[in-house]
Design a protein around this ligand. Structure first.
Ligand code: ADP
Length: 541
């Protein structure tokens, strides 16, 4: 029997229409050198229509052509987030922090036709633009001298000139909910970056999940500081979820250093934020050093890499801010799971849930594949590679690349860990970062979490390095806090009370800072390379 229900497509034009009328008074604040500039959702809605007219009438965008952004988090980027998919085209967010040859590869692979660029990023785009084979138009947002772009021979426009005088409504076309709305490439820690293509439907359903109480719990009352870049995993879906829930947005633009973030939090009275752990570690150091406070900021979702429990504790105890740990990846839109403890749990028990990567929602099914590929139970004990499926999980990469990452309709995440019967995920590692010592696996994440809880340690990463006897052994790379001292012997002694003896690292090195990837994660590949090249001063105990 067929249902008798309507099949209204789920999609971005619906979110836009809804937010710009029902939540017309909610706001988007963008940080500038002179404080915040603010627009209402109604204004953003009107400018979104103007942008769509400009893209269609002046730049000739038709059908599913790709419109790329090379931008920070700001109001205009949000306008592109809504205009491009709503007019039927595909938004492609370029990661400005990738190596030039990777950015060029991605722009050509996606066949971008237009690039919107922030004025402040012109010099960065100028380095790669000549290699963008399919791009015809560059639109400069805000101030900035476009001269460096001219050599590439593209047509150059100014965003505000294009929008000026355009109608503030647009007759958004009918769309098919499973059609492409936006695309984003994974950073590609191995091989070339892979394209993930989101549909209108996946974004709509994902936004509902993000806003839910079990996830980010967003409402019209919230002021959401979106630090996670809009060029990385769609800023964790926060922009779309904010318009769906009426939450106001605070966009930091290029002002991402800890002092500027703290200023933005206080100026905009942000009560919720999202960013990777390394950003929060910087903010914590800044607060501790200056005595500044962030009284309005009650909650922050933190993910992208494992959140050290010591960081969660420090924010909670010293600044009254609750860190909510979450896991996801570009391929999962990215919300996979969020660690809200079960109702009724308190104290140590609640804490034991909060430090996990989180609980899967109804929309994400999860299972673990053991070393031989067979499925192991979700009993909180058995370890395996996490596989997920659901309506906002990728079923393939753009152009069918890397098909082995998918099997029987499940995405193989490359993450290794356990799942409890009540759906909480604990990751011990990425498959490629697991340390394989004498047939046993050592969790680099666990060692890092312990090290980062030591008072003298600012940052620590642990990687597997070749060992003639054990195949691999852990190398601990430690960054000490300013003015603090600790020897490898002391740190090893401290760890010996926390982990089994056979897991204790023999090799130690001290760094000025841990190298980071384009999205602020510890770059373990680089640490392994530096070790192999003999560039590190290593103490062997
Ligand atoms: P990449 O890091 O490859 O650029 P993503 O940003 O999509 O791409 O990263 C997804 C990966 O980040 C996950 O597969 C996982 O390894 C890691 N990750 C994300 N959240 C967490 C978390 N809370 N704890 C541990 N690892 C995480």
């Amino acid at each position: 029997m067929r249902s008798t229900m309507q099949e209204t497509p789920l999609g971005i034009p619906t979110l836009l229409r809804f937010a710009s009328t029902v939540y017309s008074g909610s706001q988007v604040h963008t940080v500038t050198a002179d404080g915040l500039r603010t627009a209402s959702f109604a204004e953003v809605g009107a400018r979104t229509a103007q942008l769509a007219h400009a893209l269609h009438d002046d730049l000739g965008i038709r059908g599913d052509q790709r419109v790329a952004t090379f931008m920070w988090n700001n109001q205009e980027h949000l306008e592109a987030y809504f205009a491009v998919p709503s007019m039927g085209a595909v938004l492609h967010t370029l990661n400005i922090r990738l190596y030039p040859d990777q950015v060029t590869y991605i722009a050509n692979h996606a066949e971008d036709k237009v690039v919107l660029v922030d004025g402040s990023l012109i010099p960065l785009l100028a380095r790669v633009l000549p290699g963008f084979e399919t791009v015809e138009h560059v639109v400069v947002v805000g101030a900035g001298d476009p001269a460096p772009l001219e050599a590439a021979g593209k047509q150059i426009h100014r965003y505000e000139d294009l929008l000026a005088g355009k109608p503030t409504t647009y007759d958004w076309p009918e769309f098919v909910e499973t059609d492409a709305a936006a695309m984003c490439y994974t950073s590609g820690t191995t091989g070339n970056p892979k394209g993930v293509v989101y549909s209108h439907r996946s974004i709509y359903l994902h936004s509902m999940q993000v806003a839910m109480p079990q996830s980010f719990q967003l409402t019209e009352a919230n002021q959401v500081l979106t630090i996670v870049p809009m060029f990385h995993a769609m800023a964790w879906g926060i922009p779309y979820a904010a318009l769906m829930s009426g939450a106001s947005l605070v966009m930091p633009d290029r002002f991402l250093q800890a002092p500027a973030l703290v200023r933005a939090i206080n100026e905009a009275k942000a009560d919720f934020a999202g960013a990777v752990p390394t950003i929060w570690a910087d903010v914590l150091n800044h607060l501790d050093a200056t005595g500044e406070k962030i009284p309005t900021l009650q909650r922050a979702v933190v993910g992208g890499s494992a959140v050290p429990p010591a960081l969660m504790q420090a924010f909670e105890e010293r600044y009254g801010m609750r860190i909510i740990h979450a896991w996801g990846m570009t391929e999962t839109s990215p919300l996979g799971c969020v660690s809200q403890p079960p109702a009724g749990t308190e104290g140590e028990l609640a804490w034991s849930y909060r430090v996990t990567q989180g609980r899967f929602p109804a929309g994400v099914q999860a299972r673990l594949a053991g070393p031989d590929g067979s499925i192991v139970p979700n009993d909180g004990e058995a370890v395996g590679e996490l596989e997920v499926r659901g309506p906002w999980i990728a079923a393939s990469y753009y152009r069918g690349e890397d098909p082995e990452r998918f099997r029987d309709g499940w995405l193989r995440t490359g993450d290794v860990g356990t799942i409890t019967p009540d759906g909480f995920l604990t990751l011990t590692d990425r498959e490629k970062d697991v340390i394989k010592s004498g047939g046993e696996w050592i969790s680099s994440v666990e060692l890092e979490n312990h090290l980062m809880a030591h008072p003298a340690v600012a940052e620590a990463t642990v990687v597997g390095v070749p060992d003639p006897r054990w195949q691999e052994r852990p190398l601990a790379a430690v960054v000490l806090r300013e003015g603090a001292g600790a020897t490898p012997e002391e740190l090893r002694e401290y760890l010996s009370g926390l982990i089994p003896k056979w897991q204790l690292p023999e090799r130690w090195t001290f760094l000025a800072s841990v190298p980071k990837t384009s999205v602020g994660k510890f770059d373990k590949k680089e640490v392994r390379r530096a070790y192999a090249a003999g560039e590190l001063e290593v103490t062997v105990l």
